[in-house]
Design a protein around this ligand. Structure first.
Ligand SMILES: NC(=O)c1ccc[n+]([C@@H]2O[C@H](COP(=O)([O-])OP(=O)(O)OC[C@H]3O[C@@H](n4cnc5c(N)ncnc54)[C@H](O)[C@@H]3O)[C@@H](O)[C@H]2O)c1
Ligand SMILES: [Zn+2]
Length: 359
């Protein structure tokens, strides 16, 4: 068979890895894992829904490449990013005699990527892993960058590690089987890239929707750039990717994990961040309105219809983020296509923006 070319490479010195993007390439997973030098048995981690659709294709590809494999399934959804499921999973790997030569395969959306990545980071003090993302969200965002995590009641992603995958295999035909909500939520992150650094992507989405493979490539290139410049979010550069996430994560935790999908919460969070940007960074009202319209074009929520007291949302934000002298580090946009971190945002700005979401 003809060799596949990686479409994007994430350049991180010895931790560099290729991202393959294409229709039907899930069937090449085993061969690509061999190509990046993986040798031992494969521990496939997935959820029950994804397993039904793509489990057998993946297992076939892995075994055809000569790997022995074990399968470890968790319930679908955000609630699986928990200590309880992390424990069950690692016990399951141990029972299957997954050893230090093995590698982990994360087959699924962002929940599976974050969870399986964390398993790979800590099981037997660390195994290599590969990402096989199956949601729009995971393909354009979470499968790349090496952030792994589970949630605490106090807040999203509060326990985790940086652990880069060795390979990403993105089959852009797999999201076809997503539900409408799950498809749309992925566009929250695509729109986010447009807002923070790619105004032409933003304008393109205002006109029509490019094919998924094109969007994935563009977003992965953007994300790879941020990750290459600031792998562990130390300089503040990678933090710009958190635009909309302070309020978004607060909403996810306050509503109860899984009530709002991550992209839905980020959509609301981006509207709040746009409002705060009008107050604190000089964003024009017309541009804030364009952001709201584009989110609505992808059926993403911009109004909070859940019966959630603002104080509860704020409480989650306060337990997640450090407030120094009543101020928080917050990503704002002075205009479309530019983002920066500021220390000028206070509790009352957040209260006002959250209240505006409910109007
Ligand atoms: N690590 C990162 O950098 C990063 C970035 C963005 C988001 N995230 C995390 O990702 C998570 C959200 O990811 P998600 O939105 O992909 O959620 P998810 O993994 O829960 O997937 C959404 C739903 O779609 C189902 N599903 C997945 N693929 C399918 C397919 N091809 N066909 C049919 N159904 C399918 C799943 O079973 C699930 O029910 C959040 O926890 C978020 O914090 C992490
Ligand atoms: Zn996100």
């Amino acid at each position: 068979m003809a060799p596949l070319q990686p479409l994007v490479t994430v350049n991180l010195g010895v931790r560099s890895y290729p991202v393959y993007i294409g229709n039907g390439i899930i069937f090449e997973t085993g061969r690509l894992a061999r190509d990046v030098g993986l040798r031992g048995q494969a521990a496939i981690i997935t959820d029950e829904t994804v397993d039904q659709f793509y489990g057998s294709a993946l297992r076939e590809s892995i075994s055809q490449a000569g790997f022995k494999a074990s399968l470890h399934r968790v319930p679908a959804g955000e609630r699986s990013k928990s200590f309880a499921v992390l424990e069950t999973l690692t016990e399951s790997l141990a029972r299957a005699a997954v050893d230090r030569q093995a590698f982990v395969v994360a087959l699924g959306g962002g929940v599976i990527g974050d969870l399986a990545g964390l398993v790979a980071a800590i099981y037997r003090r660390g195994l290599p892993y590969i990402q096989v993302p199956t949601t729009v969200m995971a393909q354009v965002d979470s499968a790349v960058g090496g952030k792994t995590a589970i949630n605490l009641a106090a807040g999203k992603n509060l326990v985790g590690s940086f652990h880069q995958p060795r390979l990403v295999v993105t089959d852009t035909s797999t999201p076809k089987t997503l539900g409408v909500r799950e498809w749309n939520e992925g566009f929250a992150e695509i729109i986010k890239y447009g807002i923070i650094c790619d105004p032409s992507l933003f304008e393109q989405l205002e006109r029509s929707t490019p094919p998924l493979a094109e969007l994935v490539k563009r977003c992965v290139e953007i994300k790879a750039g941020f990750v290459e410049r600031d792998e562990q979010e130390r300089s503040g550069e990678r933090a710009l990717l958190n635009f909309g996430h302070t309020v978004g994560h607060g909403l996810e935790a306050a509503a109860g994990y899984g009530t709002l999908l991550h992209g839905e919460a980020v959509s609301l969070g981006m509207r709040a961040a746009a409002l705060i940007s009008m107050r604190r960074a000089g964003l024009q009202t017309a541009e804030a309105t364009r952001i709201q319209r584009l989110l609505e074009r992808y059926s993403l929520p911009t109004r909070l219809t859940l019966n959630l007291p603002p104080s509860r949302i704020l409480e989650k934000i306060l337990s997640d983020k450090k407030f120094i002298g009543g101020k928080i580090r917050f990503v704002v946009i002075p205009r479309l296509g530019a983002a920066q971190v500021t220390d000028e945002v206070g509790k009352e700005d957040l209260e006002w923006a959250i209240a505006s979401l409910a109007e």
